[in-house]
Design a protein around this ligand. Structure first.
Ligand SMILES: Nc1nc2c(c(=O)[nH]1)N[C@H]1C(S)=C(S)[C@@H](COP(=O)(O)O)O[C@H]1N2
Ligand SMILES: [Mo]
Length: 550
């Protein structure tokens, strides 16, 4: 897609007022100056000096707490920092694909609380894809407009490595006692942290002894990062999965995908702020000694730690610079490796056959985004002109009883209705009531042969690069309670924009798998011979995956 840049981050205040976050730079600078003046003033007060003497900044460690850092900790720290580069950059690219955040599952234009894009235009057929924005290549991973397919492989693939590293870290800190240095266990961390804050702000910094014991402010920051932010990143990430959200109804009715996505973003903000402050303090509070602690497992002022740090920095910079060009040159490798890493988890969640009844009429979204490429062929326009009287749905392939059905015949089949939530890969969501035919009814009608493993849905619409839009679904999911062909939406015939006359609903999957404007259905043994061979138009052209339960 042609590049399109967004706007500086904005936060909504009240109904229609937006605050440009760039203002935080001068405001933050002014506040920092005020904080310094106040802290300096405070330190002239005898009461404050005696408070700082009583609470110099460190909480006592439990008996037997380890001294210094083992080599495994150093390695895990390096690996963590390296992986974070790709996680964060790919995460920002995913955000840029739907550059708005909401607190409710409705994703209503104007109700976003945060955006890096202009307000939504009034065109009723405006699509979420049109709304996506470009990031500079060095910032995003990969960054190009609507490169979410590749960004997700980076994000989810690297995430599995990051999680493994994190699990190893948890196991090791708890089995070696290193946890004692990361978990506040005494209430005096609070006054000590306040004391440290005053000392930092007054520019008369506390004594450093990170080798044996962090100061209390540092301790709290590390504790939040390791035990709150990191688990929250995982939980909020999973909170965006369609399969899990339709399965865990109670949790997802409070903790909707949009709450998850917004919190996921706030976790990112925490990590970025943490990294900035952490690195700044490492450098300004005795860089050589600090680097020896974490990169050479020694407590002196030699250049050894700096040497290891410099090597890791070179690796990080090379990784940073190479990742985007590599992705553009070898997108299929990124797609394949990403799928190898996260695919097993996606497959696991696909086995969830959720119950209907999670939502009621009052949950229906007032606005439901449109997406994709609209059909514009003459053939489709003719069908549409006479209300699809000449429409025929052909269902064939590996079935005992191939059929060709008019829309009236489809409507004559037993009626199935469900109110469900749609999860677009780009991040928006919406609830709608779908009426039509259960895919179970279709299976009963056509009797798939035992060899049939995949069910391919073909559309009347072509994709953005030409070629029919299609998608292959695992046959197992076709008999799920919430898989259906919809001809009604919210009590009316499905509109042109939402896929008239017939579109698929498969609630374990992300929205792109739900083909609109269905022309035909084919049962096949494998999808390698269909389209580009990767199981769907988006997989062939946009590097998505054929399993997208996350
Ligand atoms: N034929 C066709 N079907 C399609 C698409 C498309 O581009 N072409 N886009 C998909 C995507 S990415 C989404 S999110 C949903 C959007 O459905 P909606 O427009 O009804 O919200 O349709 C899916 N089905
Ligand atoms: Mo989508």
């Amino acid at each position: 897609m042609p590049a399109q840049y967004g706007v500086a981050p904005r936060v909504r205040i009240g109904q229609g007022k937006w605050f440009n976050l760039l203002w935080l730079l001068p405001i933050g600078f002014a506040l920092a100056l005020i904080a310094i003046a106040v802290a300096k003033g405070l330190r002239d007060l005898p009461a404050v000096e005696s408070f700082i003497r009583t609470y110099p900044g460190m909480s006592e460690l439990p008996a037997g707490a380890p001294v210094g850092f083992p080599a495994w900790l150093a390695w895990q720290h390096v690996l963590n920092a390296f992986l974070m580069i790709f996680l964060i950059r790919a995460g920002v690219t995913i955000l840029a694909d739907h550059p708005r955040l909401y607190w409710t599952r409705h994703s209503t234009p104007g109700r976003d609380w945060f955006r890096i894009q202009k307000p939504v235009p009034t065109d009723p057929l405006y699509t979420a894809k049109q709304d996506s924005i470009t990031l500079p290549d060095g910032v995003g991973l990969p960054g190009r407009r609507h490169s979410i397919g590749l960004a997700r492989w980076w994000h989810l693939g690297v995430d599995t490595l990051w999680l493994v590293n994190g699990i190893v870290f948890y196991v090791l800190i708890f089995s070696t006692g290193q946890w004692m240095r990361l978990v506040p266990i005494h209430w005096d961390v609070i006054p000590n942290a306040i004391s440290v804050a005053i000392q930092y702000a007054s520019l008369d910094w506390p004594a450093e002894s990170g080798w044996t014991n962090y100061n209390s402010l540092q301790l709290i920051a590390y504790f939040i990062t390791v035990f709150i932010a990191a688990p929250l990143a995982l939980i909020t990430g999973l909170g965006m999965s369609p399969a899990l959200s339709t399965r865990f109804r109670r949790i997802s009715s409070i903790f909707s995908i949009q709450v998850a996505r917004s919190l996921h973003f706030l976790v990112l903000c925490w990590f970025v702020a943490f990294i900035v402050v952490h690195v700044a303090l490492v450098v300004t509070t005795g860089a050589l000694r600090n680097l020896n602690h974490m990169y050479a497992a020694r407590d002196d002022e030699s250049w050894v730690g700096f040497g290891f740090f410099a090597i890791s920095l070179v690796v990080m910079i090379v990784g940073w610079v190479a990742a985007t060009p590599f992705t553009y040159r070898h997108p299929r490798i990124v797609q394949r490796v990403g799928f190898a890493l996260i695919g097993p988890a996606q497959r696991l969640f696909e086995h969830i056959d959720s119950k209907p009844g999670q939502y009621t009429d009052k949950d229906i979204s007032p606005y439901f985004w449109h997406n994709g490429n609209y059909p514009d062929t003459e053939e489709f326009q003719r069908l549409q002109a006479d209300d699809f009287a000449a429409y025929r749905l052909t269902i064939g392939g590996l079935v005992e009883n191939p059929v060709t059905l008019s829309l009236a015949e489809v409507r004559a089949l037993p009626y199935h209705e469900q109110i469900t939530q749609h999860f677009c890969i780009q991040g928006w969501s919406g609830v709608a009531k779908w009426g039509g035919v259960s895919m179970r009814t279709i299976l009963d009608l056509v009797q798939p042969k035992p060899e049939a493993k995949w069910v391919v849905f073909y559309s009347y619409a072509v994709g953005p690069e030409g070629g029919l839009y299609y998608d292959a679904q695992a046959i197992e999911q076709m008999s799920y309670k919430l898989t259906m062909l919809a001809y009604d939406m919210n009590g009316e015939p499905v509109s042109f924009g939402h896929g008239a006359p017939l579109r698929l609903r498969n609630e374990t999957q992300l929205g792109f798998k739900m083909v609109k404007w269905i022309k035909g259905i084919e049962f096949v043994e494998q999808f390698a011979d269909v389209g580009g061979g990767l199981g769907g138009y988006n997989n062939d052209h946009e590097f998505f995956g054929y399993r997208q339960s996350i």
